[in-house]
Design a protein around this ligand. Sequence first.
Ligand SMILES: Cc1cc2nc3c(=O)[nH]c(=O)nc-3n(C[C@H](O)[C@H](O)[C@H](O)COP(=O)(O)OP(=O)(O)OC[C@H]3O[C@@H](n4cnc5c(N)ncnc54)[C@H](O)[C@@H]3O)c2cc1C
Ligand code: SF4
Length: 437
Amino acid sequence: MPPNISAMLIYLLPLMAIMGLYIFSQQRRHKRSLELLREATETGLLEPASLHPLINESLCIGCKSCINACPEHDVLGLINNIATLVGPSNCIGHGACREACPVNAIDLVFGTATRGVDIPLLQADFQTSVPGIYIAGELGGMGLVRNAITQGVQAVDCAAKNLRKCPNDPLDLVIVGAGPAGLAASLAAKELGLSYVTLDHESGLGGTIAHFPRGKLVMTRPATLPLVGKFQFVETSKEHLLAFWQDVVDKHPLNLRFSEGVTAIDGDITNDFTTTTTLGQFRSQRVLLCIGRRGTPRKLNIPGEDLNKVAYRLQDATQYAGMNVMIMGGGDSALEAAISLAEQENTQVSLCYRGKAFNRAKFKNRERIQILSQEDKLTLHMESEPTAIERETVTLTTPDGTKVLPNQAVIICAGGVLPTAFLQNIGIQVDTKYGSR
Ligand SMILES: Cc1cc2nc3c(=O)[nH]c(=O)nc-3n(C[C@H](O)[C@H](O)[C@H](O)COP(=O)(O)OP(=O)(O)OC[C@H]3O[C@@H](n4cnc5c(N)ncnc54)[C@H](O)[C@@H]3O)c2cc1C
Ligand code: SF4
């Protein structure tokens, strides 16, 4: 072989190998992205919950910076060398993709052309269209833990202006929600010496954080909490974050009332507000809503649903050890609850769903449920509907007729009722966004 060809080959071969590897990895990424998009389409999980990236395909150069920057998994992929939202429902609006894009091909928007997202109209001081009622945190459209904390504190500062001096009736402020926004707002209210109460229909603090999957990595940014000081976290776990909040509340006791949902708010800024809860009423000069966007758990409205053994989410699998538990629902949260319980020793688990198949759940959850069912670790009741929950049984209507099954605990995972109707009943104006800010 002539020496100049040998020399060329020395350079060409590694170059071709690198090119080959690059093309192979591009094809693999393309295939995986297509698979993710297909799964999202099949399960109907194509609608992002809130703020999400809108990619301008004509500007995208396929550099993958957005994919690498996204702290969540399987949100963005590369299809035909163009960034694509392949897991819309996994997007929680970090916005890191937009910051990373070198050619400004990403915009962050609410809603899509087919699904509007309702965002309440707010003034710069967080006041809604009803004077005296304020909104902070994710409900106002701004997701993420740090934003919720910052807004909760700022909203209380604004709401505290021009209050009349009243000893305790009416209260200065009712705060609804004990997620990051509501907790930060409660600390701010305490620091300002306001009379206040914080109400949450959950049995514990943390809001949406408490619903994160076990061990979820939480990406956030430092913020300052009243009475506490710097909230230092950048990267932490769900469990650490909840433990942090619990420690804050232990050191700075707040007027928190759990398992008390707010059902209505009446009145006005001149005559004070009356907040009606599942347990009573509170009068206050101002109200701050920090209720997030998950809404209230959807009820089945069947007899016995108010029994103590009924819950609307799986908080801690170990509390059900040794029990006979039925999960009702067919989405990912129902399947994930059933999986956690069935994988635990000594727990009898059944899953009741009205559909023929779990079409609305992710493939990996459907697959795990099938395996657990084949291993007799889980009993499936498909095409079945619960008609009553009794102290020691549940009654189902099934294709084989009515069944009365022994049961010690029920977890209903039937989704949530979005807060829009609640806001509209209070008189708060909301705007529906279809792919815009
Ligand atoms: C899967 C997932 C992963 C996420 N990961 C991250 C992350 O890594 N980093 C990050 O910064 N953010 C993350 N987020 C977003 C973050 O959790 C939210 O932005 C944040 O919790 C919003 O706080 P909030 O206080 O506004 O509302 P929430 O945390 O939703 O709290 C609202 C509270 O209001 C209560 N409530 C609602 N209605 C009523 C009612 N009628 N009466 C009484 N109480 C009521 C609820 O029970 C709840 O406790 C994630 C979200 C999800 C879903
Ligand atoms: S960072 Fe921008 S240019 Fe690069 S892939 Fe993502 S959207 Fe396309």
